[in-house]
Design a binder for this molecule. Structure first.
Ligand code: ADP
Length: 593
């Protein structure tokens, strides 16, 4: 027997009541409702000669007594096992009548529900705050007629402080919940004004809603532009659910679908009584869902679900509706930005494309002038300016040539970016690919007095790739390496299977791949430029090196071509330390397979 456990008589009973009263006042700041209830039942068990002590709480509708926590003599905790309609069973009867109930022999009670096996007698008192009954406290024993009037008096005595403790803890939790709601609204507002990507923003809001407000499931979905499907954009949950971002359903289907098609918020206190509920997870008991609207148009929904019935109230709904408005604004902004961006790209594409025609005219004119000059010279019309004119024409032709390469490069880059370029995947021997590129660069390398080396780990290594694109990627990387490496330096091209460590970091969902690297001993690149140089028109200014300024399309092309293969590309480099550009491609299959 526990030290504090004793028969309850006179003064001892009062002393116990006093101790219990302490619990009543002991709603510690951090103590959750669960902690308070557990502390109470534990204490009552220690202080009475019972085999089980439990507390039931009346639900918000006032229809059910929901078992909250109970503890058995052997220390086993029982939580939320059962709920009883008001008027039924021991606790249901106590709530209905508002009077204590003592069963010397539970088997005589018609609607007795055996929560714990082998119980023979039970005593239960209502927990009242003012006139309202918020739950029951009951003690149970395996022996018949175990409890006496003293226990009954005691239970009645402690019922009020216990009820108050529970009530205060609830108030405190509510207060904290309201405070969190406010903080959250504030934060959502400020996240939106910072420039984060829409998807990231939505995920962050959904995570925040769940964590801060203590919901078990929060999700957000957007209606497809054609209005045909509702698609999940973000989920945050600790429940075991099958749903994934990208899951789609018809507007009208389930609660979320219904909210989208009606454009009205829905608060469901108990999903088991709701005909249109499609279960997200077995344990979901209540749900709240609000539409995301711009004007009258519903563009999505925001949804929360809980394991508890009556988990959401009107103030939660208000918070969700406010957040939904903010999200609607962010989605609108992102969509109009997208549209502007697309229009800008289309325009750029048209302009670039149309530049080809005047350029061809200039090129043809230059050809014509060159030809005329030759004809004149052949006919003996050589003047002092003939040689100079020839050089002018040569230089103009070279510039046109450069411009043509640039325009074609831009058009091609735009095609890959727009996903319009079909990859022509074919089995390719890696060693042959590398050898071909190195051969064609060897002359340039020796002219620039740069050592060019190649190392391919296995001659049998093969990959299904778009040979033309990957050749151009390697050519670009090699040309850069040459360009930025001074005389006497060296450039090395390597290829081989991707080591496991790199595979995990760069191609986490792939079993194997090929790693290509182009290393040089050149000027190197500042780490803060490592990401930027892969963007279009990104050039790194190096004052002394102005001759070498390009337009900054090479690496942008390389990245797009590698991404189109489902691969990844990156650089390791530091100023003065040379650079190593590497890329990995998954083997055997492209992203479309
Ligand atoms: P471009 O060479 O036409 O400027 P790229 O997209 O190929 O365009 O390269 C972008 C920038 O990256 C270059 O301006 C250069 O500053 C830097 N860069 C690329 N390769 C190297 C390299 N091997 N060594 C040093 N800097 C490099």
């Amino acid at each position: 027997m526990g030290e504090g456990r004793k028969d309850l008589r006179g003064l001892e009973g009062l002393e116990l009541a006093n101790r219990i009263y302490e619990i009543g006042t002991l709603v510690h700041k951090e103590g959750s409702l669960d902690d308070v209830i557990k502390a109470i039942v534990q204490r009552v068990l220690e202080e009475t000669d019972s085999d089980y002590v439990g507390i039931g709480l009346v639900d918000e509708a006032g229809e059910q007594v929901v078992h909250a926590w109970g503890v058995m003599r052997d220390g086993t905790w029982i939580q939320g096992q059962h709920s009883q309609a008001v008027g039924v069973g021991v606790t249901g009867t106590v709530v209905e009548t508002g009077k204590p109930l003592y069963l010397e022999d539970v088997s005589t009670f018609e609607s007795y529900y055996p929560l714990v096996e082998g119980i023979a007698s039970e005593m239960a008192v209502p927990l009242k705050v003012g006139e309202s009954i918020i739950g029951t406290l009951d003690i149970e024993s395996r022996s018949q007629g175990k409890f006496s009037k003293t226990e009954m008096a005691l239970l009645q005595l402690i019922a009020t402080p216990v009820a108050l403790a529970i009530h205060n803890s609830r108030l405190f939790q509510e207060e904290r919940h309201r405070l969190r709601q406010l903080t959250l609204l504030n934060r959502v507002g400020s996240t939106i004004t910072s420039t984060v990507e829409l998807e990231e923003l939505i995920q962050r809001i959904v995570d925040d809603l769940r964590q801060e407000l203590g919901y078990e499931f929060v999700a957000m979905g957007l209606v497809d532009p054609d209005g045909k499907r509702l698609r999940l954009s973000a989920i945050s949950t600790d429940m075991d659910v099958d749903l994934k971002v990208g899951h789609s359903q018809e507007p009208g289907e389930g609660v979320a679908g219904m909210v989208v098609s009606m454009g009205e918020s829905v608060l469901i206190h108990d999903v088991s009584r709701f005909h249109n509920y499609v279960p997200t997870a077995k344990e979901v008991a209540s749900e709240m869902c609000v539409p995301i609207k711009t004007g009258e148009r519903v563009i999505g929904m925001l949804d929360a679900e809980s394991r508890q019935t009556h988990a959401f109230d009107d103030s939660d709904l208000l918070v969700f509706e406010t957040v939904a408005d903010t999200i609607a604004q962010a989605v609108e902004n992102a969509r109009s930005l997208d549209l502007a961006e697309r229009m800008r790209e289309d325009l750029a594409r048209m302009v670039i494309h149309d530049m080809r025609n005047p350029l061809t005219v200039v090129q043809t004119t230059l050809e014509y002038l060159e030809h005329s000059l030759e004809t004149l010279a052949k006919n003996g019309h050589v003047t002092t300016s003939t040689g100079r004119n020839r050089r002018y024409i040569e230089s103009a032709k070279a510039s046109c040539e450069q411009l043509t390469v640039m325009i074609n490069g831009l058009l091609e880059l735009q095609r890959i970016e727009a996903g319009e370029m079909e990859l022509e995947l074919e089995p390719t021997k890696v060693s042959e690919l590398v050898a071909g590129i190195v051969d064609s660069t060897a002359i340039v390398a020796s002219a620039m007095q740069v050592d060019l080396l190649a190392k391919v780990e296995s001659t049998t290594l093969e990959a299904r790739i778009d040979r033309r694109l990957i050749t151009r990627v390697l050519e670009n990387l090699l040309a850069n390496a040459m360009k930025y490496t001074p005389e006497g330096g060296s450039v090395m091209v390597e290829a081989g299977p991707v080591p496991v460590r790199v595979l995990e970091a760069r191609l986490p969902n792939t079993a194997s791949g090929i790693l290509f690297s182009v290393r040089d001993t050149g000027r190197g690149i500042d780490p803060e430029d490592h990401e930027r140089i892969f963007e279009k028109f990104a050039v790194v200014e190096v004052k002394a090196d102005d001759r070498k300024r390009g337009v900054g399309l090479g690496l942008a092309f390389c990245r797009q071509a590698v991404l189109a293969h489902g691969g990844d590309i990156w650089v390791e480099s530091a100023p003065g330390k040379g650079s190593a550009f590497s890329f990995v491609l998954p083997t055997g299959h492209g992203p479309t397979d």
